[in-house]
Write a protein that binds this ligand. Structure first.
Ligand code: CA
Length: 225
């Protein structure tokens, strides 16, 4: 799991980083708001920890900007503690907040809860369907025992299919859940990514898992076309 920590206080950074690394999370740090925003938009993270009072650009603005473009769990860290700031944070798209000072165990519990909420309850386990094996903890994927490398986006897409197994999902459903965006008519971004995923997990294997329902969308289930 990749976590981006946007925080300017060196002591807090080292406290959080050390604790999370002990729990096998990978942590990258941005010490100001602008750098944090840049990293959040350019790279793929599983979760963002975001301080409110930051040099350059404050955490609320950073949160709003990230949220307008990405569907990623954001946990705000606030020293301010007033109800207004909490409400502001949530209004700007944060998923949860934690008041400083906090105990590390509390932070860990919040992070786990957000990751569970976002990526499904089976985050610690392995899902198997038609010879496809998905390890939600380290995000590794195999089919018939052969390791398959997916990008973060492809993995989220696969996870979405797994959570909607046997259900017809439209392109709009996928766009909203994976990109937090509707793209608009005429965009083929969803089809492009479904094809990337299909080429990796289905093309050389049977039974097929991703099925196109003409004019409607896709169904993920174990069945030969
Ligand atoms: Ca700060």
């Amino acid at each position: 799991m990749q976590i981006l920590l946007i925080e300017d206080e060196v002591n807090v950074v080292s406290f959080i980083r050390k604790g999370l690394e002990e729990q096998s999370y990978n942590v990258e740090v941005a010490y100001d708001g602008k750098m944090g925003l840049k990293m959040a938009l350019e790279k793929e993270y599983d979760l963002i920890l975001l301080d409110v009072i930051l040099p350059g650009m404050n955490g609320l603005e950073v949160c709003k900007e990230i949220r307008s473009r990405k569907n990623i769990p954001i946990l705000m860290l606030t020293a301010l503690g007033s109800t207004d700031d909490v409400v502001n944070g949530l209004d700007n798209g944060a998923d949860d907040y934690l008041r400083k000072p906090f105990k590390f165990q509390e932070l860990l519990a919040r992070i786990r809860a957000l990751l569970r909420r976002k990526y499904g309850p089976e985050i610690n386990s392995i899902t198997e369907i038609g010879g496809l094996e998905v390890n939600h903890r380290n995000k590794s994927v195999k089919r018939n025992g052969i390791p398959i490398k997916l990008t973060a986006r492809e993995f989220y897409l696969l996870n979405y299919f797994l959570n909607n197994k046997g259900v017809l999902v439209s392109r709009a459903d996928i766009a909203e859940n994976i990109w937090d965006s509707s793209f608009g008519n005429g965009s083929n971004v969803v089809d492009v990514y479904v094809n990337y995923l299909r080429n990796k997990i289905d093309k050389n294997f049977n039974p097929k898992l991703i099925h196109t329902v003409y004019g409607m969308g896709y169904i993920f289930r174990e069945e030969n076309d």
